[in-house]
Design a protein around this ligand. Structure first.
Ligand SMILES: NC(=O)C1=CN([C@@H]2O[C@H](COP(=O)(O)OP(=O)(O)OC[C@H]3O[C@@H](n4cnc5c(N)ncnc54)[C@H](O)[C@@H]3O)[C@@H](O)[C@H]2O)C=CC1
Ligand SMILES: CC(C)CC(=O)C(=O)O
Ligand SMILES: [Mg+2]
Length: 351
């Protein structure tokens, strides 16, 4: 039996987690899997229940799990709380050394029309953002706001850059063998180091092409010529921003999953988006970001490719039938969409 820590979080988090687990339940039945779910509080829900966004039991449960599923945290309710929900997520990533955040973005011929960008621009887009997740300005000290002055600190050590570069190059090796390293080396010292280490690591991967791009122009190319990218590797904050921007390519933040890996511990799988308080409680969120996070877990933590293929094929079929959620211009409720996916899974498995 494999143990999965379940962190539903806040806002639409519990809604999409519930739908994702229905799909995983179906996969368990169809493929005779043996996953046990262990729910824990995190973020705002944990502040309400335990007074802290990352309670000890949550961290301990995650440490001893085989994989972690997280939906989303945060919301306006905790805007003035002494500890913010976001700190719980950052602390979890740091505590588990989840330094490598993998955010795939793909657009097939069948779904290109859902993008707000021109179909000809997005069709065939297939790249991965490899985001450094435990360093940079989200973690540097000092970080303080005192009266009318504030400071944030961006720190990167060479070793932190080297390991994420190696991860990006290793992924590129399994794909089209091209790495685009995104930085701001015309201004930032951390980016100068970033570029130097990228060059050093490139020597270890002579079969992979490295190119550098400044983050401002990368932001433009991302939505004008997205098909030029294969693997984008970048630091924490640039990766955060660029990957949300990249959601415009397939058409919605609600489509994008991610995986976060450490060197040896359990991996964490979560949508790239937040808790979407503007649509929470209405059964209209797109559950695909969670469902695809689950298929990433099946593949990357458990090598259960057949089950993941079945789920993904079911999602494709449902969308091909025009069953889509509101964020993509459709009318399907979150729960209706999930039911349609589950039906398709049964059909595809011959049940
Ligand atoms: N990993 C996490 O848990 C993250 C948490 N946050 C937190 O989430 C809260 C809300 O942040 P926002 O800036 O509003 O970003 P957000 O990512 O929650 O939402 C941005 C927009 O995308 C839409 N959206 C997001 N997920 C969707 C889905 N599955 N289906 C349909 N539409 C979806 C939302 O309705 C909203 O219009 C904040 O407290 C923020 O700190 C933000 C980003 C990541
Ligand atoms: C707490 C934030 C850094 C979460 C976020 O925006 C993200 O990881 O994409
Ligand atoms: Mg983000």
């Amino acid at each position: 039996m494999k143990n999965i820590a379940i962190l539903a979080g806040d806002g639409i988090g519990p809604e999409i987690m519930a739908q994702g687990l229905k799909v995983l339940d179906k996969a368990q039945e169809l493929f005779q899997l043996d996953f046990a779910y262990h729910p824990y509080v995190i973020g705002g829900a944990a502040i309400d229940e335990k007074g802290t966004p990352l309670p000890e039991e949550t961290l301990a449960g995650c440490r001893t799990s085989d994989a972690i599923l997280l939906a989303a945290i945060g919301g306006p309710k905790w805007d003035d709380a002494p500890e913010r929900p976001e700190q719980g997520l950052l602390a979890l990533r740091k505590a588990l050394a989840l330094y490598a955040n993998i955010r795939p973005i793909t657009v097939s011929r069948h779904t290109a029309h859902l993008s707000p960008l021109k179909e000809a621009i997005v069709v065939g887009s297939d790249f991965v953002v490899v985001r450094e997740l435990t360093g940079g300005i989200y973690f540097g000290e000092p970080r303080e706001l005192i009266d009318s002055q504030a400071v944030d600190t961006c720190v990167y050590r060479a070793e932190e850059i080297r390991r994420i570069m190696r991860k990006a190059f290793s992924i590129a090796r399994t794909r089209r063998k091209k790495v685009t390293s995104v930085d701001k080396s015309n201004v930032l010292a951390t980016s100068k180091l970033w570029r130097r280490i990228a060059e050093e690591v490139a020597l270890e991967f002579p079969d992979v092409t490295l190119e550098h791009q400044l983050v401002d122009s990368a932001a433009m190319v991302l939505i004008t010529k997205p098909t030029v990218f294969d693997v984008i590797v970048t630091e924490n904050m640039f990766g955060d921003i660029l990957s949300d921007e990249a959601s415009v390519i397939p058409g919605s933040l609600g489509l994008l999953p991610s995986a976060s890996h450490s060197e040896d511990g359990p991996s964490l799988y979560e949508p790239i988006h937040g808790s979407a308080p503007d649509i929470a409680g209405q059964d209209i969120a797109n559950p695909l970001s969670m469902i695809y996070s689950i298929t990433m877990m099946l593949r990357q933590s458990f090598s259960l490719h057949e089950a993941a293929d079945c789920i993904e094929a079911a999602c494709d079929s449902v969308m091909a039938q025009g069953i889509i959620t509101k964020d993509l211009g459709g009318t399907a409720a979150t729960s209706q969409f999930t039911e349609a996916v589950i039906q398709q899974m049964t059909l595809k498995r011959g049940g």
